[in-house]
Design a protein around this ligand. Structure first.
Ligand code: PLP
Length: 481
């Protein structure tokens, strides 16, 4: 493809995306295809000769779109959001066009320095501790996902706990322990498995009625494990748990971790970005105790996947765990020690120029635009919870400090509540106007309404509420008959 052809087809692709965004509300939110449908519409073998670009574009409509669940749809209320935006897409496009590989400072200094700078900006915007800034002992890095961030946090914590011995001897799984709650994201258990600790190393600390980690229970477990000769490595505290957005009490957990010399990792994958609004920062009071912190701009901050913002207070622990310098990567800049080589801050060697899309997003919206984005969804969630509180057909099943509301439909005695709730969910999702997911609270099924798609307005939240009520009425009648 020549640059001139690229210019022409590039315009067509941008037009296609803009048209898609304009008509997105006309699609059923959840893809309607059955397993195998997408593959059945593809030829069995790759094309022998190149094809006209128009044929590729046509197949986006014919093959791809029917198999897409529309995460940017204003009626998307499932899981957590996966925002994208114009400036994010354009930043990614420039990154793809430059095609640089930013593994070391020398392989593209702008990729490293823009990332350092943007991560410092975001530390400011989220009110994170001074220690996380590149000017202090720590620094920020863009990771591929919070799952990846949880893993590198664990590796850094292991490095610190073993005083570097893991580099030479590996880990002694039977000696190390990691502390989570039953509400912690599953990626932390996966991290323990990948790190070679196995699930036996995981201690599941009790939660209170608010589903937040109980600090006294943590202290007791740490004391017991130390007395038995274990080395506690990491406590994973969550701000905004995946199931209900519960918040572990950082201000109480922090001193306990410090007393035991345990690494405190804060997983704020979804909710952390809410701190752009200063009035929401109190929800993560105590964040200054954190040794590391992760939050995803690719969930709720208008930036396309992948854009995990990850900070450490002591970058030496992270690079101590992950740096390796084969001869073929040696260079004068690295040898001076004056530059950051981000390959030493992550699992992979190669890395994309992801800071570009973050830079585009923050410059296009400004801090005020980002705050407005988050605030509008939090306000809508509070309204929805208010409607549900006042309605005898639903209970609000958990606190809703951010933009997720968990609803438990009420059913007449004698009706199997879980079956009825899941039937209601299927009915709503089959309708195609909205898409919700579920979780369990206290062992019972509840509906999660996660408000956060950029196109979602009050009108869409009113609509999902109306649909919930209609489906409930219909099912309540149906189950009674
Ligand atoms: N941690 C928490 C609390 C989450 O809610 C999630 C995903 O929802 C993750 C980690 C994993 O995020 P990612 O998809 O960026 O790996």
């Amino acid at each position: 493809m020549t640059p001139e052809q690229f210019r022409q087809h590039g315009h067509e692709v941008v037009d296609w995306i803009a048209d898609y965004w304009e008509r997105i509300g006309s699609f059923p939110v959840r893809s309607q295809v059955s397993p195998g449908d997408v593959r059945a519409s593809l030829p069995p073998t790759a094309p022998e000769q190149g094809e006209p670009f128009s044929a590729v574009l046509a197949d986006l409509d014919r093959v791809v779109l029917p198999g897409v669940t529309h995460w940017q749809h204003p009626g998307f209320f499932g899981y957590f959001p996966a925002n994208t935006s114009g400036p994010s897409v354009l930043g990614d496009l420039v990154s793809a066009g430059l095609g640089v590989q930013g593994m070391s400072w020398v392989t593209s200094p702008a990729a490293t320095e823009l990332e350092q700078h943007v991560m410092d900006w975001f530390a400011d915007l989220l009110g994170l501790p001074e220690s996380f800034r590149s000017t202090g002992s720590g620094g920020g890095v863009v990771q591929d996902s919070s799952s990846g961030a949880n893993l590198v946090a664990l590796l850094a914590a292991l490095h610190r706990a073993s005083k570097g011995a893991t580099l030479r001897h590996g880990v002694r799984p039977e000696d190390h322990t990691v502390y989570v709650s039953a509400e912690t994201h599953s990626s932390m258990e996966k991290a323990a498995r990948i790190a070679g600790l196995g699930t036996d190393a995981i201690r599941i600390v009790e939660v209170g009625p608010d589903l937040a980690m109980n600090p006294r229970a943590l202290a007791q477990r740490l004391e017991r494990d130390v007395a038995r000769g274990y080395t506690p490595v990491l406590v994973c505290a969550t701000v905004g748990t995946t199931s209900t957005t519960a918040i572990d009490p950082l201000a109480e957990l922090g001193p306990i971790c410090q007393q035991h010399g345990v690494w405190l990792h804060v997983d704020a994958a979804y909710a952390g970005v809410s701190a752009v609004a200063p009035e929401l920062r109190a929800l993560q009071a105590g964040v200054e105790w954190a040794d590391s912190y992760t939050t995803d701009a690719h969930k709720w901050l208008l930036t396309g996947f992948d854009a995990t913002l990850f900070w450490v207070a002591d970058r030496a622990a992270l690079t101590g765990a992950l740096s390796i310098l084969p001869e073929y990567l040696r260079n004068a800049a690295t040898d001076t020690g004056a530059v950051v080589d981000y390959r030493d801050w992550q699992i992979e060697l190669g890395r994309r120029f992801r800071a570009l899309k973050l830079w585009f997003v923050v410059r296009w919206y400004g801090a005020e635009g980002l705050r407005e984005h988050v605030r509008s969804h939090v306000a809508l969630a509070q309204e929805l919870a208010g409607w549900a509180d006042a309605d005898e057909r639903f209970d609000v099943a958990a606190p809703h400090p951010f933009s997720l509301v968990c609803l438990r439909p009420r059913w007449a005695p004698g009706i199997d509540a879980d079956v009825a709730t899941m039937t209601l969910l299927d009915r709503l999702n089959d309708g195609g106007e909205v898409f919700l997911t579920h979780t369990t609270v206290d062992g019972a099924a509840v509906l999660r309404v996660a408000i956060g798609a950029p196109a979602t307005t009050r009108e869409h939240v009113e609509r999902v509420w109306a649909l919930l009520g209609e489906a409930h009425d219909w099912l309540a009648r149906d189950f009674e008959e």
